[in-house]
Ligand binder design. Structure first.
Ligand SMILES: Cc1cc2nc3c(=O)[nH]c(=O)nc-3n(C[C@H](O)[C@H](O)[C@H](O)COP(=O)(O)OP(=O)(O)OC[C@H]3O[C@@H](n4cnc5c(N)ncnc54)[C@H](O)[C@@H]3O)c2cc1C
Ligand SMILES: NC(=O)c1ccc[n+]([C@@H]2O[C@H](COP(=O)([O-])OP(=O)(O)OC[C@H]3O[C@@H](n4cnc5c(N)ncnc54)[C@H](O)[C@@H]3O)[C@@H](O)[C@H]2O)c1
Length: 454
Protein backbone atom coordinates (compact mmCIF):
# COMPACT_ATOMS: atom_id res chain seq x y z
CA UNK A 1 0.00 0.00 0.00
CA UNK A 2 1.44 3.40 -0.97
CA UNK A 3 2.16 5.57 2.06
CA UNK A 4 1.02 9.13 1.34
CA UNK A 5 1.94 11.73 3.95
CA UNK A 6 0.51 15.24 3.64
CA UNK A 7 1.85 18.33 5.41
CA UNK A 8 -1.11 20.61 6.09
CA UNK A 9 -4.84 19.92 6.27
CA UNK A 10 -6.17 23.00 4.44
CA UNK A 11 -8.16 22.69 1.25
CA UNK A 12 -5.26 21.35 -0.83
CA UNK A 13 -4.25 18.78 1.80
CA UNK A 14 -7.85 17.79 2.50
CA UNK A 15 -8.74 17.16 -1.15
CA UNK A 16 -5.44 15.34 -1.72
CA UNK A 17 -6.12 13.12 1.32
CA UNK A 18 -9.62 12.19 0.15
CA UNK A 19 -8.42 11.27 -3.34
CA UNK A 20 -5.56 9.25 -1.80
CA UNK A 21 -7.98 7.32 0.41
CA UNK A 22 -10.33 6.68 -2.55
CA UNK A 23 -7.40 5.31 -4.53
CA UNK A 24 -6.46 2.92 -1.72
CA UNK A 25 -3.38 4.65 -0.29
CA UNK A 26 -2.44 4.68 3.40
CA UNK A 27 -2.96 8.41 4.09
CA UNK A 28 -1.62 10.52 6.97
CA UNK A 29 -2.25 14.25 7.28
CA UNK A 30 -0.05 16.19 9.70
CA UNK A 31 -1.74 19.47 10.62
CA UNK A 32 -0.33 21.88 13.20
CA UNK A 33 -3.59 23.75 13.76
CA UNK A 34 -6.98 22.41 12.65
CA UNK A 35 -8.34 20.61 9.59
CA UNK A 36 -9.72 23.10 7.08
CA UNK A 37 -6.66 25.30 7.35
CA UNK A 38 -6.49 29.03 6.96
CA UNK A 39 -8.98 28.67 4.08
CA UNK A 40 -11.69 27.64 6.51
CA UNK A 41 -10.62 29.16 9.81
CA UNK A 42 -8.89 32.44 9.02
CA UNK A 43 -9.10 33.76 5.47
CA UNK A 44 -11.58 32.66 2.86
CA UNK A 45 -14.59 31.32 4.79
CA UNK A 46 -14.49 33.98 7.57
CA UNK A 47 -14.24 36.85 5.08
CA UNK A 48 -17.14 35.39 3.03
CA UNK A 49 -19.19 35.25 6.25
CA UNK A 50 -18.36 38.90 7.00
CA UNK A 51 -19.36 39.85 3.44
CA UNK A 52 -22.67 38.01 3.84
CA UNK A 53 -23.44 40.04 6.97
CA UNK A 54 -22.49 43.25 5.17
CA UNK A 55 -25.00 42.35 2.44
CA UNK A 56 -27.74 41.94 5.04
CA UNK A 57 -26.98 45.43 6.39
CA UNK A 58 -27.06 46.91 2.87
CA UNK A 59 -30.43 45.24 2.29
CA UNK A 60 -31.92 47.43 5.03
CA UNK A 61 -30.60 50.56 3.38
CA UNK A 62 -31.56 50.02 -0.25
CA UNK A 63 -35.31 49.69 0.16
CA UNK A 64 -36.74 53.06 -0.92
CA UNK A 65 -36.71 52.31 -4.66
CA UNK A 66 -38.94 49.30 -3.96
CA UNK A 67 -41.46 51.51 -2.16
CA UNK A 68 -40.45 50.05 1.20
CA UNK A 69 -39.97 52.78 3.78
CA UNK A 70 -37.80 51.69 6.66
CA UNK A 71 -38.92 54.71 8.67
CA UNK A 72 -35.37 55.65 9.62
CA UNK A 73 -34.64 52.23 11.15
CA UNK A 74 -31.49 52.45 13.22
CA UNK A 75 -29.60 49.41 11.93
CA UNK A 76 -26.56 48.60 14.06
CA UNK A 77 -24.06 45.76 13.87
CA UNK A 78 -23.24 43.86 17.04
CA UNK A 79 -19.57 43.11 16.47
CA UNK A 80 -19.38 40.46 19.19
CA UNK A 81 -22.33 38.55 17.68
CA UNK A 82 -20.97 38.99 14.16
CA UNK A 83 -17.53 37.69 15.13
CA UNK A 84 -18.88 34.76 17.09
CA UNK A 85 -20.98 33.78 14.05
CA UNK A 86 -17.87 33.96 11.86
CA UNK A 87 -15.95 31.69 14.26
CA UNK A 88 -18.87 29.33 14.83
CA UNK A 89 -19.39 28.72 11.11
CA UNK A 90 -15.65 28.33 10.46
CA UNK A 91 -15.34 25.89 13.37
CA UNK A 92 -18.36 23.89 12.18
CA UNK A 93 -16.93 23.65 8.67
CA UNK A 94 -13.57 22.51 10.07
CA UNK A 95 -15.32 19.88 12.22
CA UNK A 96 -17.32 18.61 9.20
CA UNK A 97 -14.11 18.25 7.22
CA UNK A 98 -12.46 16.32 10.09
CA UNK A 99 -15.41 13.94 10.19
CA UNK A 100 -15.18 13.33 6.45
CA UNK A 101 -11.44 12.52 6.75
CA UNK A 102 -12.08 10.23 9.69
CA UNK A 103 -14.79 8.34 7.76
CA UNK A 104 -12.42 7.97 4.81
CA UNK A 105 -9.84 6.32 7.16
CA UNK A 106 -7.37 9.16 6.82
CA UNK A 107 -5.07 9.40 9.85
CA UNK A 108 -4.91 13.00 11.11
CA UNK A 109 -1.97 13.84 13.37
CA UNK A 110 -1.65 17.11 15.21
CA UNK A 111 1.82 18.63 14.97
CA UNK A 112 4.24 20.79 13.01
CA UNK A 113 5.70 18.68 10.23
CA UNK A 114 8.92 18.70 8.26
CA UNK A 115 10.54 16.39 5.75
CA UNK A 116 13.64 14.35 6.59
CA UNK A 117 15.68 12.65 3.92
CA UNK A 118 16.32 8.95 4.34
CA UNK A 119 18.76 6.66 2.47
CA UNK A 120 16.22 5.42 -0.04
CA UNK A 121 13.08 7.43 0.66
CA UNK A 122 11.80 10.40 2.63
CA UNK A 123 9.88 10.60 5.88
CA UNK A 124 7.86 13.27 7.63
CA UNK A 125 8.57 14.05 11.29
CA UNK A 126 6.55 16.10 13.70
CA UNK A 127 7.87 18.41 16.40
CA UNK A 128 7.00 15.57 18.85
CA UNK A 129 9.45 13.36 16.92
CA UNK A 130 6.74 11.12 15.56
CA UNK A 131 8.04 9.78 12.25
CA UNK A 132 5.99 8.78 9.19
CA UNK A 133 7.90 7.04 6.40
CA UNK A 134 6.47 8.07 3.04
CA UNK A 135 6.44 6.83 -0.53
CA UNK A 136 4.76 10.07 -1.62
CA UNK A 137 4.74 13.44 0.16
CA UNK A 138 2.34 16.29 -0.54
CA UNK A 139 3.35 19.67 0.87
CA UNK A 140 0.17 21.71 1.38
CA UNK A 141 1.23 24.16 4.05
CA UNK A 142 -0.56 27.22 2.64
CA UNK A 143 0.45 30.81 3.29
CA UNK A 144 0.26 33.59 5.85
CA UNK A 145 -0.37 37.35 5.67
CA UNK A 146 2.60 39.36 4.41
CA UNK A 147 4.10 41.48 7.19
CA UNK A 148 5.55 44.76 5.93
CA UNK A 149 8.55 46.27 7.69
CA UNK A 150 7.51 49.36 9.66
CA UNK A 151 3.96 48.05 9.95
CA UNK A 152 4.30 45.05 12.29
CA UNK A 153 0.84 43.82 13.27
CA UNK A 154 0.03 44.09 17.00
CA UNK A 155 -3.49 42.64 16.83
CA UNK A 156 -4.81 45.88 18.39
CA UNK A 157 -4.25 48.87 16.12
CA UNK A 158 -2.29 47.29 13.27
CA UNK A 159 -4.11 44.22 12.00
CA UNK A 160 -3.84 41.40 9.49
CA UNK A 161 -6.88 39.71 7.94
CA UNK A 162 -6.73 37.18 10.76
CA UNK A 163 -7.08 39.72 13.62
CA UNK A 164 -10.37 41.19 12.43
CA UNK A 165 -12.62 38.70 14.18
CA UNK A 166 -11.03 39.30 17.61
CA UNK A 167 -11.87 43.01 17.67
CA UNK A 168 -14.23 43.93 20.53
CA UNK A 169 -16.17 46.35 18.31
CA UNK A 170 -16.25 47.53 14.70
CA UNK A 171 -13.64 50.19 13.91
CA UNK A 172 -14.78 53.82 13.67
CA UNK A 173 -12.33 54.60 10.91
CA UNK A 174 -10.59 51.66 9.26
CA UNK A 175 -7.57 52.35 7.06
CA UNK A 176 -6.94 49.47 4.67
CA UNK A 177 -3.42 49.29 3.22
CA UNK A 178 -3.33 47.26 0.01
CA UNK A 179 -5.96 47.35 -2.72
CA UNK A 180 -5.79 43.79 -4.01
CA UNK A 181 -8.90 41.61 -3.86
CA UNK A 182 -8.80 41.15 -0.05
CA UNK A 183 -8.29 44.85 0.64
CA UNK A 184 -11.10 45.96 -1.69
CA UNK A 185 -13.56 43.29 -0.50
CA UNK A 186 -12.96 44.04 3.17
CA UNK A 187 -13.10 47.81 2.56
CA UNK A 188 -16.48 47.25 0.86
CA UNK A 189 -17.77 45.06 3.74
CA UNK A 190 -16.87 47.53 6.50
CA UNK A 191 -18.18 50.46 4.47
CA UNK A 192 -21.51 48.64 4.06
CA UNK A 193 -21.63 48.14 7.84
CA UNK A 194 -21.37 51.87 8.40
CA UNK A 195 -17.64 52.13 9.13
CA UNK A 196 -15.63 55.05 7.73
CA UNK A 197 -13.03 53.45 5.45
CA UNK A 198 -9.91 54.77 3.69
CA UNK A 199 -8.21 52.51 1.16
CA UNK A 200 -4.52 52.99 0.39
CA UNK A 201 -3.46 51.70 -3.04
CA UNK A 202 0.18 51.97 -4.01
CA UNK A 203 -0.85 51.83 -7.66
CA UNK A 204 -4.38 51.53 -8.99
CA UNK A 205 -6.94 49.40 -7.16
CA UNK A 206 -7.41 45.75 -8.18
CA UNK A 207 -4.34 45.60 -10.44
CA UNK A 208 -4.55 43.05 -13.23
CA UNK A 209 -8.35 43.08 -13.38
CA UNK A 210 -10.40 44.36 -16.35
CA UNK A 211 -10.08 48.19 -16.21
CA UNK A 212 -13.75 48.80 -17.15
CA UNK A 213 -14.88 46.56 -14.29
CA UNK A 214 -12.48 48.18 -11.84
CA UNK A 215 -13.59 51.70 -12.83
CA UNK A 216 -17.22 50.81 -12.18
CA UNK A 217 -16.49 49.34 -8.74
CA UNK A 218 -14.19 52.23 -7.84
CA UNK A 219 -16.90 54.78 -8.73
CA UNK A 220 -19.55 52.80 -6.84
CA UNK A 221 -17.47 52.49 -3.67
CA UNK A 222 -16.48 56.14 -3.90
CA UNK A 223 -20.14 57.15 -4.18
CA UNK A 224 -20.85 55.13 -1.02
CA UNK A 225 -18.26 57.12 0.90
CA UNK A 226 -15.00 55.19 0.46
CA UNK A 227 -11.91 57.41 0.43
CA UNK A 228 -9.30 56.04 -1.95
CA UNK A 229 -5.73 57.31 -1.73
CA UNK A 230 -3.82 55.96 -4.70
CA UNK A 231 -0.47 56.25 -6.34
CA UNK A 232 1.79 56.22 -3.28
CA UNK A 233 2.80 53.20 -1.19
CA UNK A 234 2.49 53.06 2.57
CA UNK A 235 5.87 53.61 4.21
CA UNK A 236 5.09 53.04 7.89
CA UNK A 237 2.31 52.74 10.41
CA UNK A 238 2.63 54.22 13.86
CA UNK A 239 0.29 52.85 16.51
CA UNK A 240 -0.89 54.98 19.44
CA UNK A 241 -3.20 54.35 22.36
CA UNK A 242 -6.38 55.37 20.55
CA UNK A 243 -5.48 54.92 16.92
CA UNK A 244 -2.84 54.49 14.28
CA UNK A 245 -1.29 56.77 11.70
CA UNK A 246 -0.38 55.59 8.21
CA UNK A 247 2.46 57.53 6.64
CA UNK A 248 2.80 57.29 2.87
CA UNK A 249 6.04 57.51 0.88
CA UNK A 250 5.23 61.11 -0.15
CA UNK A 251 4.72 62.15 3.48
CA UNK A 252 0.90 62.11 3.40
CA UNK A 253 -0.56 61.01 6.75
CA UNK A 254 -3.82 59.14 7.20
CA UNK A 255 -5.22 58.62 10.69
CA UNK A 256 -7.65 55.89 11.68
CA UNK A 257 -8.47 53.96 14.81
CA UNK A 258 -7.50 50.61 13.19
CA UNK A 259 -5.24 49.82 10.24
CA UNK A 260 -5.66 46.62 8.26
CA UNK A 261 -2.55 45.64 6.31
CA UNK A 262 -3.86 43.68 3.32
CA UNK A 263 -0.58 43.39 1.44
CA UNK A 264 -0.88 39.82 0.20
CA UNK A 265 0.28 36.40 1.31
CA UNK A 266 3.65 34.73 1.89
CA UNK A 267 4.09 31.00 1.23
CA UNK A 268 4.71 28.72 4.22
CA UNK A 269 7.68 26.98 2.65
CA UNK A 270 10.55 27.59 5.07
CA UNK A 271 11.59 25.25 7.89
CA UNK A 272 10.05 22.25 6.16
CA UNK A 273 13.32 20.54 5.21
CA UNK A 274 12.70 21.34 1.55
CA UNK A 275 16.18 22.36 0.51
CA UNK A 276 17.76 19.18 1.99
CA UNK A 277 15.14 17.23 0.05
CA UNK A 278 16.17 19.16 -3.11
CA UNK A 279 12.84 20.91 -3.50
CA UNK A 280 13.41 24.26 -5.20
CA UNK A 281 11.70 27.51 -4.30
CA UNK A 282 11.18 30.57 -6.50
CA UNK A 283 12.62 33.99 -5.62
CA UNK A 284 9.25 34.83 -4.05
CA UNK A 285 9.58 31.81 -1.71
CA UNK A 286 6.92 29.63 -3.40
CA UNK A 287 7.51 25.94 -4.10
CA UNK A 288 8.18 25.40 -7.82
CA UNK A 289 5.69 22.93 -9.32
CA UNK A 290 4.69 21.73 -12.78
CA UNK A 291 1.14 21.16 -14.04
CA UNK A 292 0.90 17.90 -12.09
CA UNK A 293 2.08 19.65 -8.87
CA UNK A 294 5.41 17.82 -8.97
CA UNK A 295 8.25 19.66 -7.27
CA UNK A 296 11.88 19.37 -8.37
CA UNK A 297 12.29 16.33 -6.07
CA UNK A 298 10.94 12.96 -7.15
CA UNK A 299 8.00 11.76 -5.01
CA UNK A 300 7.42 15.18 -3.43
CA UNK A 301 4.45 17.23 -4.61
CA UNK A 302 3.19 20.65 -3.51
CA UNK A 303 -0.29 22.12 -3.85
CA UNK A 304 -2.19 25.23 -2.78
CA UNK A 305 -0.89 28.65 -1.84
CA UNK A 306 2.56 27.39 -0.76
CA UNK A 307 3.14 26.54 -4.45
CA UNK A 308 3.55 28.65 -7.58
CA UNK A 309 -0.11 28.17 -8.60
CA UNK A 310 -2.48 31.14 -8.08
CA UNK A 311 -3.43 31.51 -4.40
CA UNK A 312 -7.10 30.60 -4.70
CA UNK A 313 -9.16 28.03 -2.83
CA UNK A 314 -10.57 26.47 -6.02
CA UNK A 315 -7.03 26.03 -7.39
CA UNK A 316 -5.77 24.57 -4.08
CA UNK A 317 -8.55 21.97 -4.11
CA UNK A 318 -8.02 20.87 -7.71
CA UNK A 319 -4.24 20.93 -7.46
CA UNK A 320 -4.35 18.71 -4.34
CA UNK A 321 -6.46 16.19 -6.28
CA UNK A 322 -4.23 16.32 -9.39
CA UNK A 323 -1.07 15.83 -7.28
CA UNK A 324 -2.33 12.70 -5.60
CA UNK A 325 -3.86 11.20 -8.73
CA UNK A 326 -0.58 11.73 -10.56
CA UNK A 327 1.48 10.33 -7.66
CA UNK A 328 -0.70 7.22 -7.48
CA UNK A 329 -0.67 6.77 -11.29
CA UNK A 330 -4.42 7.40 -11.65
CA UNK A 331 -5.58 9.18 -14.85
CA UNK A 332 -5.44 12.95 -14.57
CA UNK A 333 -4.78 16.06 -16.63
CA UNK A 334 -2.43 18.92 -15.73
CA UNK A 335 -3.79 22.05 -14.05
CA UNK A 336 -5.40 24.24 -16.73
CA UNK A 337 -6.00 27.85 -15.85
CA UNK A 338 -7.67 28.91 -19.13
CA UNK A 339 -11.10 28.43 -17.58
CA UNK A 340 -10.27 29.37 -13.98
CA UNK A 341 -12.96 31.79 -12.80
CA UNK A 342 -12.01 34.51 -10.31
CA UNK A 343 -14.15 36.98 -8.44
CA UNK A 344 -14.13 40.14 -6.39
CA UNK A 345 -17.08 39.96 -4.02
CA UNK A 346 -18.04 43.58 -3.75
CA UNK A 347 -21.51 44.87 -4.57
CA UNK A 348 -21.92 44.50 -7.49
CA UNK A 349 -19.39 41.70 -7.85
CA UNK A 350 -16.73 41.37 -10.53
CA UNK A 351 -16.15 37.90 -11.96
CA UNK A 352 -13.89 37.04 -14.85
CA UNK A 353 -12.44 34.10 -16.67
CA UNK A 354 -10.06 33.42 -19.53
CA UNK A 355 -8.46 35.99 -21.80
CA UNK A 356 -8.42 39.72 -21.17
CA UNK A 357 -7.32 42.83 -23.06
CA UNK A 358 -3.85 42.35 -21.69
CA UNK A 359 -3.27 39.01 -23.42
CA UNK A 360 -1.00 38.89 -26.44
CA UNK A 361 -2.92 38.12 -29.60
CA UNK A 362 -5.99 40.02 -28.42
CA UNK A 363 -6.31 41.41 -31.97
CA UNK A 364 -7.52 37.96 -33.00
CA UNK A 365 -10.53 38.32 -30.72
CA UNK A 366 -14.07 39.70 -31.09
CA UNK A 367 -15.69 41.27 -28.10
CA UNK A 368 -19.11 42.47 -27.03
CA UNK A 369 -20.13 44.45 -23.95
CA UNK A 370 -23.75 44.20 -22.87
CA UNK A 371 -24.73 46.82 -20.28
CA UNK A 372 -26.99 45.37 -17.58
CA UNK A 373 -29.27 48.43 -17.80
CA UNK A 374 -31.27 46.60 -20.49
CA UNK A 375 -31.67 43.35 -18.54
CA UNK A 376 -35.16 42.84 -17.12
CA UNK A 377 -34.01 41.00 -14.00
CA UNK A 378 -31.38 43.64 -13.19
CA UNK A 379 -34.07 46.34 -13.47
CA UNK A 380 -36.47 44.39 -11.23
CA UNK A 381 -33.78 43.92 -8.60
CA UNK A 382 -32.78 47.58 -8.88
CA UNK A 383 -29.15 46.54 -9.44
CA UNK A 384 -28.76 47.46 -13.07
CA UNK A 385 -25.24 48.88 -12.89
CA UNK A 386 -22.81 46.51 -14.54
CA UNK A 387 -22.16 44.66 -17.76
CA UNK A 388 -21.45 41.33 -19.35
CA UNK A 389 -18.41 41.23 -21.59
CA UNK A 390 -17.94 38.20 -23.79
CA UNK A 391 -14.84 37.48 -25.85
CA UNK A 392 -14.47 34.94 -28.63
CA UNK A 393 -11.90 33.90 -31.18
CA UNK A 394 -12.51 35.86 -34.42
CA UNK A 395 -12.05 32.95 -36.81
CA UNK A 396 -13.39 29.95 -34.89
CA UNK A 397 -16.01 31.69 -32.77
CA UNK A 398 -14.99 29.77 -29.64
CA UNK A 399 -15.54 31.53 -26.35
CA UNK A 400 -12.17 32.50 -24.82
CA UNK A 401 -13.05 34.89 -22.02
CA UNK A 402 -15.63 36.89 -20.16
CA UNK A 403 -16.05 39.57 -17.51
CA UNK A 404 -19.24 40.11 -15.56
CA UNK A 405 -19.98 42.99 -13.23
CA UNK A 406 -23.30 42.23 -11.60
CA UNK A 407 -24.97 41.02 -8.46
CA UNK A 408 -23.85 37.38 -7.94
CA UNK A 409 -21.44 37.65 -10.88
CA UNK A 410 -19.38 34.95 -9.12
CA UNK A 411 -22.27 32.50 -9.72
CA UNK A 412 -22.95 33.66 -13.28
CA UNK A 413 -19.36 33.31 -14.49
CA UNK A 414 -19.52 29.50 -14.29
CA UNK A 415 -21.52 29.36 -17.53
CA UNK A 416 -18.71 31.18 -19.39
CA UNK A 417 -16.09 29.06 -17.64
CA UNK A 418 -17.91 25.92 -18.83
CA UNK A 419 -18.17 27.31 -22.36
CA UNK A 420 -14.39 27.83 -22.44
CA UNK A 421 -13.67 24.40 -20.94
CA UNK A 422 -15.99 22.68 -23.44
CA UNK A 423 -14.69 24.86 -26.32
CA UNK A 424 -18.22 26.04 -27.14
CA UNK A 425 -18.73 28.66 -29.84
CA UNK A 426 -20.69 31.86 -29.18
CA UNK A 427 -23.35 30.48 -31.54
CA UNK A 428 -23.79 27.46 -29.27
CA UNK A 429 -24.02 29.66 -26.16
CA UNK A 430 -26.47 31.97 -27.97
CA UNK A 431 -28.77 29.04 -28.69
CA UNK A 432 -28.80 27.87 -25.05
CA UNK A 433 -31.99 28.41 -23.08
CA UNK A 434 -31.87 30.43 -19.89
CA UNK A 435 -34.73 31.20 -17.54
CA UNK A 436 -36.44 34.57 -18.09
CA UNK A 437 -36.09 37.01 -16.41
CA UNK A 438 -32.67 36.28 -14.94
CA UNK A 439 -29.22 37.77 -15.06
CA UNK A 440 -27.97 34.62 -16.78
CA UNK A 441 -30.26 35.67 -19.62
CA UNK A 442 -27.66 38.38 -20.11
CA UNK A 443 -24.96 35.82 -20.94
CA UNK A 444 -27.15 34.32 -23.67
CA UNK A 445 -28.04 37.80 -24.93
CA UNK A 446 -24.37 38.82 -25.03
CA UNK A 447 -23.62 35.68 -27.04
CA UNK A 448 -26.50 36.51 -29.44
CA UNK A 449 -25.15 40.01 -29.93
CA UNK A 450 -21.62 38.75 -30.51
CA UNK A 451 -22.93 36.13 -32.96
CA UNK A 452 -24.83 38.77 -34.93
CA UNK A 453 -21.71 40.93 -35.20
CA UNK A 454 -19.43 38.17 -36.43
C1 LIG B 1 -8.84 37.40 3.31
C2 LIG B 1 -8.74 36.32 2.27
C3 LIG B 1 -9.88 35.92 1.60
C4 LIG B 1 -9.80 34.93 0.61
N1 LIG B 1 -10.94 34.60 -0.06
C5 LIG B 1 -10.86 33.71 -1.06
C6 LIG B 1 -12.02 33.40 -1.84
O1 LIG B 1 -13.10 33.93 -1.61
N2 LIG B 1 -11.90 32.48 -2.82
C7 LIG B 1 -10.71 31.87 -3.11
O2 LIG B 1 -10.65 31.04 -4.03
N3 LIG B 1 -9.59 32.13 -2.40
C8 LIG B 1 -9.64 33.04 -1.38
N4 LIG B 1 -8.52 33.34 -0.67
C9 LIG B 1 -7.28 32.59 -0.95
C10 LIG B 1 -7.37 31.22 -0.29
O3 LIG B 1 -7.78 31.38 1.05
C11 LIG B 1 -6.04 30.46 -0.35
O4 LIG B 1 -5.48 30.50 -1.62
C12 LIG B 1 -6.30 29.02 0.04
O5 LIG B 1 -6.85 29.07 1.30
C13 LIG B 1 -5.08 28.17 0.12
O6 LIG B 1 -5.41 26.87 0.62
P1 LIG B 1 -4.27 25.89 1.08
O7 LIG B 1 -4.88 24.56 1.31
O8 LIG B 1 -3.12 25.99 0.17
O9 LIG B 1 -3.74 26.48 2.46
P2 LIG B 1 -4.38 26.65 3.92
O10 LIG B 1 -5.83 26.60 3.93
O11 LIG B 1 -3.67 27.83 4.50
O12 LIG B 1 -3.89 25.33 4.68
C14 LIG B 1 -2.56 25.10 5.01
C15 LIG B 1 -2.52 24.33 6.31
O13 LIG B 1 -1.19 23.88 6.55
C16 LIG B 1 -0.94 23.94 7.93
N5 LIG B 1 0.51 23.98 8.10
C17 LIG B 1 1.39 24.95 7.73
N6 LIG B 1 2.65 24.58 8.02
C18 LIG B 1 2.57 23.35 8.58
C19 LIG B 1 3.54 22.44 9.09
N7 LIG B 1 4.85 22.72 9.06
N8 LIG B 1 3.09 21.27 9.61
C20 LIG B 1 1.78 20.98 9.65
N9 LIG B 1 0.82 21.80 9.18
C21 LIG B 1 1.21 22.96 8.65
C22 LIG B 1 -1.64 25.21 8.38
O14 LIG B 1 -1.92 25.15 9.76
C23 LIG B 1 -2.92 25.16 7.52
O15 LIG B 1 -3.94 24.50 8.21
C24 LIG B 1 -8.55 34.32 0.33
C25 LIG B 1 -7.40 34.72 1.01
C26 LIG B 1 -7.48 35.72 1.98
C27 LIG B 1 -6.25 36.13 2.70
N1 LIG C 1 -12.72 36.53 -3.88
C1 LIG C 1 -11.57 35.87 -3.97
O1 LIG C 1 -11.44 34.93 -4.73
C2 LIG C 1 -10.40 36.30 -3.13
C3 LIG C 1 -10.58 37.16 -2.06
C4 LIG C 1 -9.48 37.55 -1.32
C5 LIG C 1 -8.23 37.06 -1.65
N2 LIG C 1 -8.10 36.20 -2.68
C6 LIG C 1 -6.77 35.69 -3.08
O2 LIG C 1 -5.91 35.66 -1.96
C7 LIG C 1 -4.63 36.10 -2.33
C8 LIG C 1 -4.22 37.29 -1.46
O3 LIG C 1 -5.02 38.42 -1.80
P1 LIG C 1 -4.60 39.86 -1.33
O4 LIG C 1 -5.55 40.85 -1.89
O5 LIG C 1 -4.38 39.81 0.12
O6 LIG C 1 -3.14 40.03 -1.97
P2 LIG C 1 -2.63 40.68 -3.33
O7 LIG C 1 -1.19 40.33 -3.38
O8 LIG C 1 -3.50 40.31 -4.44
O9 LIG C 1 -2.79 42.25 -3.08
C9 LIG C 1 -2.01 42.96 -2.13
C10 LIG C 1 -1.91 44.40 -2.56
O10 LIG C 1 -1.19 45.13 -1.57
C11 LIG C 1 -0.38 46.08 -2.23
N3 LIG C 1 0.69 46.53 -1.35
C12 LIG C 1 1.78 45.83 -0.95
N4 LIG C 1 2.57 46.62 -0.19
C13 LIG C 1 1.97 47.85 -0.12
C14 LIG C 1 2.32 49.09 0.50
N5 LIG C 1 3.44 49.25 1.20
N6 LIG C 1 1.47 50.12 0.37
C15 LIG C 1 0.32 49.99 -0.33
N7 LIG C 1 -0.05 48.86 -0.93
C16 LIG C 1 0.77 47.79 -0.84
C17 LIG C 1 0.11 45.33 -3.46
O11 LIG C 1 0.53 46.22 -4.46
C18 LIG C 1 -1.14 44.57 -3.89
O12 LIG C 1 -1.93 45.30 -4.79
C19 LIG C 1 -4.68 36.46 -3.82
O13 LIG C 1 -4.21 35.39 -4.56
C20 LIG C 1 -6.16 36.66 -4.07
O14 LIG C 1 -6.53 36.34 -5.40
C21 LIG C 1 -9.15 35.82 -3.44
Amino acid sequence: MTRLVILGGGLAGYQGALVGAQLGADVTVVEMDAVGGATTLADCVPSRTLLASAEVVSGYRDTEAHGVHSGGLDVTVDAAALHSRVKLLAGAQSADMSTVLHKANVRVVNGRAKIVRGETSHAVVTDDDEQFPADVILVATGSRPRVLPMAEPDGERILTYRDLYDLPELPNHLVVVGAGVSGVELAHAYLAMGVQVTLIANDRILPGIDPDAVRLIEDTLHARGLTIVQGTPMERVVAGEHGARVVLADGTEVDGDRVLVAAGLVANARGLGLSAARVELTASGHIKVDGFAQTTARGIYAAGSCSTAPALANVAAIQGQIAVRHALSAPTTPLRLAHLPRAVQTSPEIAYVGETYADPGFKERSLVVLPLGGNASAKIQQVDEGFIKLICDKREGTVVGGVIVARRASELITSISMAIAARLTVDQVARTFSVFPTLSNGVTEAAQLLMSRR
